[in-house]
Design a protein around this ligand. Structure first.
Ligand code: ZN
Ligand code: FE
Length: 257
């Protein structure tokens, strides 16, 4: 399975999963249909699945047109999103498994950004191959999504689930927000040398207009402030010794940043 990253809207990424053997494709969070249709035409591949992480328009905006163009496509989303995702036929819950070509993804229920948000974790096929995590607007490179429909406690639980995946997991998040996320991270975790290195590298990448997605989960664990609620530096910045309160206060600071 090859993951093809497509740019959409102002800062969204759409991920096209392509299986060259059967020449079929699936798409994660089609913000719009045009870039997907164009890429599929180039590959001459057939679209068999739309995997939505949550109902926001910049994630499902292309569903309707893609269904019209590929009537056989199956639309997957979270069970709690029933009625909010155009064309949804499959209602997924924590622990469900979905298949694309020869790959299996585990569904992880991660409410917080919205009350229904899910992630798709494509399991590695061998021990040293990376898994592929499609984290939508929950875990970003260097950051996390805003809390629109969930509580800090929920988000901490959701991010804990993602954090428990192996370090060599590739994180495919839905927005190019990394530079700003790391600028914020430096204001509260500035002595973190891994963070300093990463932000230096990301600055250089962005000045060349290169994408910073996917990132590696191992790097996120060391540098993303929204996975580091038990670290002394972050608890100090949040003036709290409680993990959830630390997370909540840091999220609040980011909202104002
Ligand atoms: Zn969203
Ligand atoms: Fe979004």
């Amino acid at each position: 399975m090859r993951v093809i990253r497509l740019e959409a809207l102002s800062d969204n990424y759409i991920f096209l999963l392509h299986d060259p053997k059967q020449n079929i494709a699936a798409v994660v969070d089609p913000a719009e249909a045009e870039p997907v249709i164009r890429e599929l035409a180039g590959l001459k591949a057939e679209l068999v699945a739309i995997f939505n992480t949550h109902h926001h328009h910049d994630h499902v905006g292309g569903n309707q047109s893609l269904i019209q163009k590929f009537p056989q496509v199956k639309v997957y989303g979270g069970a709690e999103d029933k009625g909010r995702i155009p064309g949804q036929e499959v209602f997924l819950q924590e622990g469900d498994r979905v298949q694309f070509a020869d790959r299996v993804a585990e569904v992880i229920f991660i409410p917080g950004h919205t009350r229904a948000h899910i992630a798709y974790y494509f399991l590695p096929q061998t021990a040293d191959e990376p898994g592929e995590l499609f984290s939508g607007d929950t875990l970003f490179a260097g950051g996390c999504g805003r809390l629109f429909e969930g509580t800090p406690a929920q988000m901490v639980e959701s991010l804990s689930k993602l954090r428990s995946l192996p370090d060599n997991t590739r994180v495919w998040c839905a927005h190019e927000y990394t530079l700003k996320n790391l600028q914020f991270a430096l204001t509260i975790d500035g002595n973190n040398t891994e963070l300093q290195k990463r932000s230096y590298a990301v600055k250089a990448q962005r000045s060349r207009q290169e994408p910073t997605v996917p990132s590696m989960l191992g790097v996120e664990k060391l540098t993303n402030p929204f996975l580091r609620w038990e670290q002394p530096a972050l608890q100090l910045a949040a003036n709290s010794s409680d993990p959830v309160q630390t997370f909540a206060r840091i999220r609040g600071m980011k909202d104002m940043f």
